[in-house]
Design a protein around this ligand. Structure first.
Ligand code: ATP
Ligand code: MG
Length: 330
């Protein structure tokens, strides 16, 4: 299948008075056309930094290196104007907390109009509102929502509005950052179904779906990428990641998931001991999971050398020295 996005050795830091927070420190992955790539990992592992930076790098974020090919073009080299056109019309994002970030003083139709106009100066207001009206209908939102203020809408409705707005120009890639996290289970289900419908109808080609909730990814993702402290830990199909995780971190993450057949009162959830490292001025060498890792297959190497992503079988990647040729059984 065709590759829509290819990210190579990508680094994005935050500039602070105390130094650099190495939030994304050399990640490699790709997104195919017509697929949903799920990204999961603990709070602070860099999911939002990665997604926001792909759309727009702004202070205190700094680009530190690497390539991001979108439709064959390295967008890290594009000028501000080209990037502005690409953003929203070709690659769009629903940022984390987007539904609470909508301007409280603007009606929904004004929010839509301003956003579209920022990226496409030629399109007429009539046309924008007419597309929005059609999409609203499809997702079960009555037209008068266009004349409402965000505060007048329920959480589920706001999320639907945000999804319509972010896909109005039929972007090739949609990045959805924690769009189900603040919703109840039935709104979560509705949101996922809506996203699938948008893909079926061709309103979006590919989706990067970010959540800390692996059980949500099990429902929607074709493949999953697990991140740990600004690095990629593992990539595989959803089935592979959930049923046969390879990286010690993913194994612990999957074990900490509540299982349907477990009686909670009898068995406490495991959780993962320890904390992720503080990424301020953190060394780029060595494995970032080292301190918490129960395996440490080759302690000296694990501590000092960053494990690359080993392709253990086609399309299955693990950043752990335990999967290096000749390392097992040493
Ligand atoms: N503006 C900022 N300045 C400095 N450091 C930041 C800034 N924003 C985020 N960070 C740091 O960057 C790292 C990655 O944060 P990010 O928000 O990308 O994580 P996340 O995986 O999205 O977490 P969550 O699951 O809580 O949404 C964290 O260590 C965080 O403290
Ligand atoms: Mg986040």
């Amino acid at each position: 299948m065709e590759t829509l996005l290819k990210v190579k050795d990508y680094k994005v830091y935050y500039q602070t008075l105390k130094g650099h927070v190495k939030a994304i420190d050399g990640v490699d992955f790709f997104v195919r056309s017509r697929e949903v790539l799920g990204i999961a990992g603990e709070s602070g592992c860099g999911k939002s930094t990665l997604s926001n930076s792909l759309i727009n790098i702004k202070a205190p974020m700094i680009y530190e290196g690497g390539e991001v090919y979108f439709d064959g073009v390295d967008i890290t080299k594009l000028d501000v104007n080209k990037m502005r056109t690409l953003r929203y019309t070709k690659m769009s994002i629903i940022p984390q907390y987007a539904m609470d970030a909508m301007s409280p003083t603007k009606k929904i139709k004004r929010i839509i109009f301003d956003l579209v106009r920022e990226h496409d100066r030629k399109i007429a207001e009539e046309e924008i509102i007419s597309i929005a009206r059609g999409r609203f209908k499809e997702v079960g939102l009555v037209e008068y929502v266009l004349n409402k203020y965000p505060v007048e809408l329920s959480g589920g409705m706001k999320q639907r509005v945000v999804m319509v707005i972010s896909t109005l120009m039929n972007p090739k890639l949609l990045i959805a950052d924690e769009i189900t996290s603040a919703l109840d289970v039935s709104s979560q289900k509705f949101t996922i179904e809506m996203l699938e419908e948008f893909m079926d109808k061709g309103y979006v080609d590919s989706v990067i779906f970010i959540t800390h909730d692996l059980s949500v990814l099990y429902q929607i993702a074709d493949r999953i990428m697990i991140m740990y402290a600004g690095n990629v830990a593992e990539i595989g199909t959803t089935e592979e990641i959930i049923k046969s995780p390879l990286h010690p971190y993913t194994k612990m993450l999957v074990e900490s998931l509540p299982k349907m057949d477990v009686q909670y009162k009898k068995k406490k959830l495991k959780g993962i001991p320890g904390h992720p490292p503080n990424l301020l001025n953190y060394p780029s060498e060595g494995c970032r999971f080292y301190e918490r890792c129960p395996v440490k297959i080759n302690p000296q190497k694990c501590k000092l050398q960053k494990p690359p992503l080993f392709e253990v079988k086609p399309g299955r990647y693990v950043a752990c020295w335990a999967y290096a040729e000749g390392e097992k059984g040493e």
